[in-house]
Design a protein around this ligand. Structure first.
Ligand code: FAD
Ligand code: NAI
Length: 462
């Protein structure tokens, strides 16, 4: 039996970051992981593989739609799907091996297998029980199921199956117009599938700024995705190699059907805590299965902490990472901190969509007085040159103090641009602070400055 200061359960972005930070802070650390490779959902079947396929399919889109305009003539590339999947797998491998290297470098023991917590202070992996002064649960999440829909990961798939389909489907129905549905829907649409997205609500990407939702859906429609909004999926019938999606329209209860070669179920994810033994330990969970923690990520059982997708809050890799670092610091006797008001979210379609802080809707709900500074990418020289002038930057600032409260970007590199606003918000900056900062020309980031100028006396290029 080995004895550790900390055993982390799960090696996703929450778990591996927590383990590395614990080791850096001088704590003897191990990490239990049941998968064959480290990195969790994110590196194996989430963020990284989906971004590889988004990148490859975007390059194809550029070649088909924009190369000739720039004088780059010749045959567009054809898709070698086997090679594209191999590129995706190679990207996964490089990243998961990178975590293995970091574990070795930081002298973190990888306990290979599924961990259970027989009692506080102990973690059992396989036949071995280890002692742990502290345990961090970072067991992540899994796709949630939908009544009447049986997943086989072949014809009816979650994101995991959608990342390794044997061939590109002619017709794909995506259930859910959230982040997964729109990212993977975009991939297959660009690769030639006829994609129809069936969404329960009347808008895409719940929780995003309303104006962004409308514009985003419009742009995706222009790219060829079809949408059935306000539709409740009742069931999916599996035929030999195809499927039929049965749904009712919420406005009149009328019944409809859609044929598909592949159905992607992307209706949200739920915490994965199977086999940990939480009930026997008396660890409290919410009615949605999320592990309850205090402000220091400790559960109601002393010495057991939880972070990432397994607890409340947005299911994002960087949120899990920040909690991992903070929980490690708390265990090491330091002041771990996460600013939940400044967690960016990004959708890696083209154009990208990025958000941080309040939306117009949330500010209205709170009855707060705010002003809007908006700038269209159409007025940005770099965007025009790069065929990327769809979209805008919108900054929300306090009407009285000019303090930035949120930002919403739809456009090129939105996922990178948003961090300028994140840093500004961390420093409690006013829109004027961003407006007075010199931005290099020609860059997309000038659009952020122009939106900040729009909160004051007005942008220059609009
Ligand atoms: P996970 O990454 O889920 O890792 C948990 C790990 O714990 C798993 O490897 C699991 O095997 C292991 N485990 C569980 N129980 C045990 C046990 N008892 N013993 C041992 N090991 C155990 N987020 C972003 O921010 N950006 C993106 O672009 C993005 N893209 C995504 C794309 C897809 C298709 C999906 C599905 C998700 C995406 N996400 C993205 C979400 C992101 O993957 C998660 O928020 C993130 O992985 C959560 O990290 P985590 O450490 O909490 O858990
Ligand atoms: P989601 O919560 O983003 O979207 C689910 C969508 O499905 C919602 O629009 C919802 O209204 C709809 N829906 C639910 N039930 C339905 C039904 N019966 N019929 C039709 N529509 C229905 O969940 P998603 O896309 O599965 O993603 C899960 C998590 O993974 C998210 O929390 C997200 O944060 C994370 N993720 C993050 C990414 C990123 O940061 N770029 C990429 C992919 C996933």
């Amino acid at each position: 039996m080995a004895s550790y200061d900390v055993i982390v359960i799960g090696s996703g972005p929450g778990g591996y970051v927590a383990a590395i930070r614990c080791a850096q802070l001088g704590l003897k650390t191990a990490c239990a992981e049941g998968r064959e490779t480290l990195g969790g959902t994110c590196l194996n079947v989430g963020c990284i593989p989906s971004k590889a396929l988004l990148h490859a399919s975007h390059q194809l889109h550029e070649a088909e739609h924009n190369f000739a305009k720039m004088g780059l003539k010749g045959k567009s590339p054809s898709v070698d799907w086997t090679q594209m999947l191999a590129y995706k797998d190679d990207t996964i491998g490089q990243n998961t091996k990178g975590i293995e290297f970091l574990f070795k470098k930081n002298k973190i023991d990888w306990l290979k297998g599924w961990g259970t917590i027989p009692e506080a202070g102990k973690v059992k992996v396989g036949e071995e029980t280890h002692e742990a002064r502290n345990i961090i649960i970072a067991s992540g999440s899994e796709a949630s199921s939908l009544p009447g829909v049986e997943i086989d990961e072949k014809t009816v798939v979650t994101s995991t199956g959608a990342l390794e389909l044997p061939k590109i489907p002619k017709k794909m129905v995506v259930i859910g117009a959230g982040v997964i549905g729109l990212e993977l829907g975009s991939v297959y649409s660009r690769l030639g599938s006829q994609v129809t997205v069936v969404e329960f609500l009347d808008h895409v990407t719940p929780g995003m700024d309303g104006e962004v939702q409308k514009n985003f859906q419009k742009l995706l429609k222009k790219q060829g995705l079809d949408f059935v909004m306000g539709a409740a999926v009742q069931s999916v019938d599996k035929l030999k190699t195809k499927a039929k999606v049965n749904y009712t329209l919420r406005k009149d209860d009328s019944e409809h059907q859609l044929d598909a070669d592949v159905v992607l179920v992307a209706t949200g994810r739920k915490p994965y805590t199977d086999g940990l033994g939480l009930e026997a330990l008396g660890v409290e969970t919410t009615d949605r299965g999320q592990i309850k923690t205090d402000a220091h990520w400790q559960t109601n059982v002393e010495g057991i902490y939880a972070i990432g997708d397994a607890i409340e809050g947005p299911m994002l890799a960087h949120k899990a990472e920040d909690e991992g670092m903070a929980a490690a610091e708390v265990i090491a006797g330091k002041a771990g901190h996460v600013n939940y008001g400044v967690i960016p979210s990004v959708i890696y379609t083209h154009p990208e969509v990025a958000a941080v802080g309040e939306t117009e809707e949330s500010l209205k709900e709170q009855g707060r007085a705010y002003k809007v500074g908006k700038f269209m990418f159409m007025g940005n020289g770099r965007a025009k040159a790069n065929f990327a002038s769809d979209g805008f930057v919108k900054i929300l600032a306090d009407k009285e103090t000019d303090r930035i409260l949120g930002a919403h970007i739809i456009g090129p590199m939105a996922g990178d641009l948003v961090h300028e606003i994140c840093v500004a918000m961390e420093f409690g900056a006013a829109a004027e602070d961003v407006a007075l900062t010199c931005h290099a020309h020609p860059t997309y980031s000038e659009a952020v400055r122009e939106a900040a100028l729009a909160c004051g006396d007005g942008p220059i290029h609009a």
